[in-house]
Design a binder for this molecule. Sequence first.
Ligand SMILES: Cc1ncc(COP(=O)(O)O)c(C=O)c1O
Length: 495
Amino acid sequence: MEAFILSEWLQQHFAPSDDSPAYHRLYRLICRAILEGRLAAGARLPSTRDLAAELGIARNTVLQVYDQLAEEGYVNAGVGRGTYVEDIRLDLLEPAIDADKDDPAAALAAAGHDLSHRGRRLVSGLGFSNRQAGAFMPGIPDVREFPLKTWSRIQNRQWRSGPWDLMRYAPAGGYGPLRQAISDYLGSVRSVRSTAQQVVMTTGIHQGIDVAARLLCDPGDTVWIEEPAYWGVRNLLTSSGLNLVPIRVDDEGIWPGEAERARPPRLIVVAPSHQYPLGMVMSLARRHMLLDYARQFSCWILEDDYDSEFRYDTRPLSSLQGMDEAGRVLYAGSFSKTLCPGLRVGFLVVPQTLAGAFADSVAELYREGNMMTHAVLADFIREGHLSSHIRRVRRRYAERRDCLIEEIRRHFGDALDVVGGEAGLHLILALPDGVDDTLVVRDALQENVVTRALSTYYTERENARPGLLLGYAGVTPDEIRPAFDTLARVIGAYL
Ligand SMILES: Cc1ncc(COP(=O)(O)O)c(C=O)c1O
């Protein structure tokens, strides 16, 4: 493939096709080159002086465009060290915005050029993928294991009974019996202390974080997130206009330094039962430290408990919420991993003092959720089907995890570390320092194997560890083996 030379391409496309000013045309063209992947992450832009001379425009115009691109996160610039393209995708999966090659104007509009500032920020950092199945997409349970028969039996029973109340707008907070069933279930399996009123139904943890950010923080407030962290957390909070401070994690979990502790945040988002993506469990000492700190400085803690049911070799740990005496913890849960993401049912357990405000606000913003699904789920939990489903798939996922580790050892012996294989739906295959994990992801994708690059989960990329997130829960051993043969070949080329 011919190397892409930005200045040549700009010269071909810069001629005005409308009466928009040079500034706009140049800005749009460079965005397009980045969004369409012509300019790769890390590529250096020409100097402002050279580009201005080549295009016959004022250097100030180029400077202004570069400043705007830097402000919007497309490039980063430092005095005297040039301007470089940022990695605007969290990974190299299919583009979230399918640029329409035949209609660049439509592609640009789709890419967000008519959006607000925060809208553009969100669009440029998207992490979701249209690929939601197959080896080794992380974070996906095996939906083929969904207990369809039991679910449809309960559903039919309810439909036959004339569920008129479920068809109306419902009380704020969601379907009462489901809130009660969740409160009871969490009390017994996660040591969460709550009443049904404290359980507020959401469409998943994403919505829970969004609502918490809206109700507890103002734009510009500081939020601590773990470093590395789930991209969803980062994007949700950034798009609420919050100031994210990444806090490093060690083997015991989040570990704020003295300088960070000196500036208490408004909100702290953690996944103490199973750090994402590295997989460690927050130690008891760290939990006490965090709870004391939150009490002392009136911070809120949002506990993301997205998949703690899947712990294979030891019992799941109890929640941070259950240890909280000061009412500072909001517990966010979801059925996306235990049942399936397509259900779109999750919940927040909020302190008593916030319960009314959260229930009413969720109803006001998003309505109270899908009552029919809530009602089926309430019976499904109360009749014990959720617990038995989890027990059954846990065994299956453990076998798949073992199969993947066996494959890793067969190909690489002990040369590559496996991190976080004790729990969850994915593990991390660490790569040697210096390997660009995003390139491995790109090459694997070309061979139809989906992975995610560990480095893209870091806010500060210069401290990132290279590695691959490999989801195993959604694929059988027969699917794992050939896919890992392919992946091993791709990885081998980088070792
Ligand atoms: C760390 C983490 N939190 C939360 C979620 C789930 O979000 P939701 O409940 O909105 O599906 C995920 C899903 O991938 C996740 O990895």
